[in-house]
Design a protein. Sequence first.
Length: 318
Amino acid sequence: MTPHRVVALLREPQGAFELGGAAEVFGAPRDGSAPYYDFSVCAERPGPLRTTAGYTMVVEAGLDALETADTVLVPGWLPTGVPASPAVRAALRAAHRRGARVASICSGAFALAEAGLLDGRGATTHWQRTARLAAEFPAVQVAADVLYVDHGDVATSAGSGAGIDLCLHLVRTDHGAAYAARIARSMVLPPHREGSQLQYAAAPAAPARGDVSLAPVLEWALTRLDDGLGVARLAARAGLSERTLARRFAEQLGVSPGQWLLARRIDAARVLLEETDLAVDAIAARVGLSSAVNLRRRFRAAVGTTPGAYRRVFGERR
């Protein structure tokens, strides 16, 4: 299989974390197998390029590298008050017109907006910059409180950490949930966050005495999805009322306990569809969705396709 070519378009001072996270997702070797991605970088002017971390990197490729990219990624765009040059805007538009997927991390959304790729579309950026993005580009429908927005051909993400979430989401779209989960595990990351989760822009109120991380109860729940697990059992395991549990989920994860459970069940179903030949009703039982009818309904709502169609695409790749 020909690797999917991801080219990151850089501008100084380049955000080191944004670039590093993308490079780890798309560029790091995995298990000695043939790579699914070919990751590289380019800049408008090849040569030395300063980073926000205090070191300088050497970029060898120019804008012509975008002409053969399958995905163009803009991992930050600083300073946001300096517009992209006509050449950069034209290169981004040409790549998108040719069929390349175009994505941004954090302030990279400004470059996409300047190129006109976000007009009439939902988009996001770091919560500290959403108001500015909306003011400077009124044709963009700015979503101020989500992690990422993906339209298929154009995607944007919030701050640095959300950029990794978006990159893993793109891998999940390209190669399925199981492969994306292996990358997340190798990066020592938790199960993926949905794009609709909150950015946590506002600092939460001081935690009540005894408030602790939900991580232990989440790990416990992931091994019991098929065991009649519901919000009441989650609350009992955590030693909390259901109301307090909902508050903790909202503060720590940005979703309700029920939404989190359903998303994990869909994730588990995706992996079983990719890696086993189990019937749909057996998969439904294993992930706690009770019946094939319920799984099909929930799966289509979450993924946009049927379990059978999903298996035909990603099961064959495995």
